[in-house]
Design a protein around this ligand. Structure first.
Ligand SMILES: *Cc1c(COP(=O)(O)O)cnc(C)c1O
Length: 451
């Protein structure tokens, strides 16, 4: 035993053979990895009382796997074969090519982020996405922040601190990830005034509440659930009308921020930003990375007088969007302005695919893999949008010995594939898959390894 311990190479002698590791991983990490590997080997030899000490090559190899594990990013791309288009756990919206190019360009270079090209003086970062939003939606003013949760917090903090905000009980929603409308209101310092009941709110409820001095009427979209049956809610335009008469502004948290009518794809109609503006709402806020299909952002649009107040609030600085998201949001919005969203924005394209188009791809997958069945199924929008709504789709249904083990195998692959199971079958939905070849390569390999 003592012999083998003495036979262990020193760190210095290992370093002489570690040029490749030094180049790939740098000196400090390589040294750490070699020391740790040696410590571990020494401990094992002592414990097991083995006589043969491992070769220099095998010590270098285990140091290398350690270094590889340390330097592999934990956040990495996966293939989404679940058929859930805006899968929050899988990063919501994949971006359009020109969005990625725009983000890449400002990331890799200096930019005119806060520089006025006409005067050569300091400019504002806020103008970049604002101009596209003004063109697209005809709004007076706009502001882009970190995400929609911060947009709502900022709007309420700037416009309703210590003041009354009227909202129906049916809209006191939890969006997920701990975002609860009543809690956000409290955080902003606004005084929550609940009206109506869980299922019904009438225009008279608004009128009664507005008899006292009030800062805002708020509407929060029930993004991820539905109230059905014995329900009532006045039209937005009527609410705006009543609020106007009391000189109270209306804020609409739309959540998803659809700019095109989802009914066009056989889904329920998701309220659009344009509809809220047409109803006369003063401020609309929505997400950049839900139905809009862009990078993470919160978009606030509406009346200049209010948005100027919002821009000046100290929180605006704390939740401001970075230059890369600003470039990305502007590029994504341009697709809408140029009426090419369906062709260019991946999430919109996925929604627009007909069941027949998906079926053709599923057939091609089956031929390429030489197994599985093409069966009817449902894709969903996800991302807390359009609850209970689904689109007819076709999936490749694979029969394997243990579906859960096979899913695990797919998750271990490179790139990992995320799929789902139903009735003891593994289902792969082409609707949300961006690269069919990559998916087929992984599934073929997993099937070969898993008999
Ligand atoms: C999703 C959602 C939010 C939060 O938006 P993020 O962009 O995820 O921060 C806020 N309000 C509503 C109604 C939502 O649906």
């Amino acid at each position: 035993m003592m012999t083998s311990l003495r036979d262990l190479p020193s760190v210095d002698s290992l370093l002489k053979h570690a040029d490749d590791l030094l180049v790939r991983f740098g000196r400090p990490s390589t040294l750490d990895a070699l020391r740790l590997t040696l410590d571990e080997t020494r401990a094992r030899l002592k414990r097991d009382g083995q006589t043969a000490s491992p070769s220099l090559d095998s010590i270098l190899a285990s140091a290398e796997s350690r270094l590889a594990a340390w330097t592999t990013p934990s956040l990495a791309p996966v293939i989404n074969a679940t058929g859930v288009i805006l899968h929050t756990n899988l990063g919501r919206a994949p971006l359009s090519e020109s969005t990625i190019r725009a983000m890449n360009a400002v990331a890799a270079n200096y930019s005119n982020l806060e520089f006025d090209m006409a005067t050569g003086k300091r400019g504002s970062r806020l103008i970049h996405a604002e101009a596209v939003l003004q063109n697209l939606l005809g709004v007076e003013s706009a502001l882009v922040v970190n995400n929609n949760a911060s947009a709502v917090l900022l709007v309420l903090s700037a416009l309703a601190n210590k003041k009354r905000v009227v909202i129906p009980r049916s809209q006191l929603v939890e969006i997920g990830g701990g975002f609860r409308v009543p809690d956000v209101m409290k955080q902003s310092g606004a005084k929550l005034v609940e009206i109506g009941t869980t299922n019904k709110v009438r225009i008279s409820d608004y009128k009664d509440a507005l008899a006292e001095p009030t800062a805002l009427v708020m509407r929060a979209h029930r993004s991820n659930f539905k109230i059905i049956g014995f329900t009532e809610e006045p039209e937005l335009a009527k609410i705006v009308d009543v609020a106007r008469k009391s000189n109270v502004f209306v804020v609409d948290d739309l959540g998803s921020g659809a700019l095109i009518d989802t009914a066009k794809y056989g889904l329920a109609h998701e309220p659009t930003v344009q509809e809220s503006l047409a109803a006369g709402v003063d401020i609309v806020c929505f997400s950049g990375d839900k139905l809009l299909g862009g990078p993470q952002a919160g978009i606030i649009v509406g009346k200049k007088e209010l948005i100027d107040r919002i821009k000046k609030h100290p929180l605006a600085r704390a939740v401001r969007a970075d230059k890369i998201s600003l470039a990305g949001i502007a590029a994504t919005l341009l697709h809408y302005l140029k009426d090419e969203a369906e062709r260019e924005i991946p999430t919109v394209r996925m929604m627009s695919l007909t069941a027949r188009q998906v079926e053709v791809r599923t057939e091609a997958w089956r031929s390429a893999l030489g197994q599985g069945e093409v069966v009817k199924s449902e894709s969903t929008v996800g991302g807390g949008s359009l609850p209970e709504e689904s689109m007819p789709t076709f999936v490749l249904s694979l029969r394997v010995k243990s579906p859960d083990k096979f899913l695990a195998k797919l998750r271990e692959a490179n790139p990992p594939v995320i799929a789902r199971t139903e009735n003891d079958r593994v289902l792969l939905d082409p609707r949300t898959v961006l690269d069919d070849d990559a998916l087929l390569r992984v599934v073929k390999e997993a099937l070969r390894a898993y008999r």
